[in-house]
Design a binder for this molecule. Sequence first.
Ligand code: TTP
Ligand code: MG
Ligand code: MG
Length: 429
Amino acid sequence: MTANSAKTPGFCRDCLAEQKAEGRRCAACGSPRLVRHDELYGLTLAHIDCDAFYASVEKRDNPELADKPVIIGGGKRGVVSTACYVARIYGVRSAMPMFKALEACPQAVVIPPDMEKYVKVGREVRAMMQELTPLVQPLSIDEAFLELGGTERLHNDPPARTLAKFARRVEKEIGITVSIGLSYCKFLAKVASDLQKPRGFSVIGREEAVSFLAPRPVTTIWGVGKAFAATLEADGIRTIGQLQTMDETDLMRRYGTMGQRLSRLSRGIDDRDVHLNDPAKSVSAETTFFDDISRYEELVPVLRNLSEKVAWRLKKSDIAGQTVVLKMKTADFKSRTRNRKLEDPTQLADRIFRTGIELLRKETDGTKFRLIGIGVTDLCDPTRADPPDLIDVQSGRRAAAEAAMDKLRDKFGKGTVETGYTFGTKRNQ
Ligand code: TTP
Ligand code: MG
Ligand code: MG
């Protein structure tokens, strides 16, 4: 952000050589990938986000795709999960319907998502982050905040250099690229990581925060989505600079707690610390339909499918849940949730599903649904889960059958085993 000057500290992101003189290229290796900033060695809060994450993993695993436009998506929902940076040149974006993406870029290679693979790579990246600092706060599968204050002695380097080394290491050892934002607060670290994607490294210092933010649209502020931006627009507010001139009490009178947030973030004031996330409180899976569904018979196989996903996740993470939650969204976007606490915690798809359909039966009164989801809460250790059921002998048999199916799935992949409930019913999701 800061203009080049001989006094501005900086280094080369390729060879890491400190840059003593001015110049657009590294004095040691000639690379143009320099990072310079007056506050470079005083900033400690970073946001790291992988570039075109799913697509980068697929390109890594198939070098023939390197220069081709690649779209990850299709699958059940028919939308783009992500597009590589080549495909983005043609205007392809996440969440775009696949047919539109292919209109924009007909030559794109479309690959269905392989979530298991991406979760695994995401974990590898995270483990590498945790070698930099214990204070890693993941925001999603491909990004996290890191607080690096106090790690200088450990790494024998200031955070900026530690981060640049990290980016090099991810490229070399994992085979994908990341972008890094370095600042003094979460809000601006996150904004910074997006500025130079892909393979970016951007710094936003305290000194420049207000002037940097002033010309940007209000949607840059966390929590200002399309709807709220429209409210602000109706009040004549488009840029962060306009918010900077407004009084906090005035903003709070108009927009409540969001007003306070607007006031503070617009001035680059953000006191939120990087902290470890609370452990998960629930495990769930949901699906939105292309065409709304009202019939119980049609919803049952979907619920079975989702219950299996939830059970699979519970088993993989070695946890169980004692309350089953059914979630539905009606065609007119009203949400319904129904809970039932079980006698014992469970990890079994069969228990989750059977509880789910009992709850579902009461909801299927002709109402059209656009979304259905199921999950469990009251998470606990699985040791007390699913005791042999003395009353329902059948359930013991079903549990044994489920264990056998799990074994088969582990061996041959998830799509191998379908129960009578789900067989051949995956079209409308
Ligand atoms: P993002 O980090 O938002 O996007 P990205 O990594 O693909 O690209 P960028 O370089 O801009 O960071 O999301 C991470 C992954 O999450 C993305 O690779 C695919 C998935 N995803 C979806 O499935 N649907 C979506 O609408 C978005 C935004 C992401
Ligand atoms: Mg990303
Ligand atoms: Mg991300």
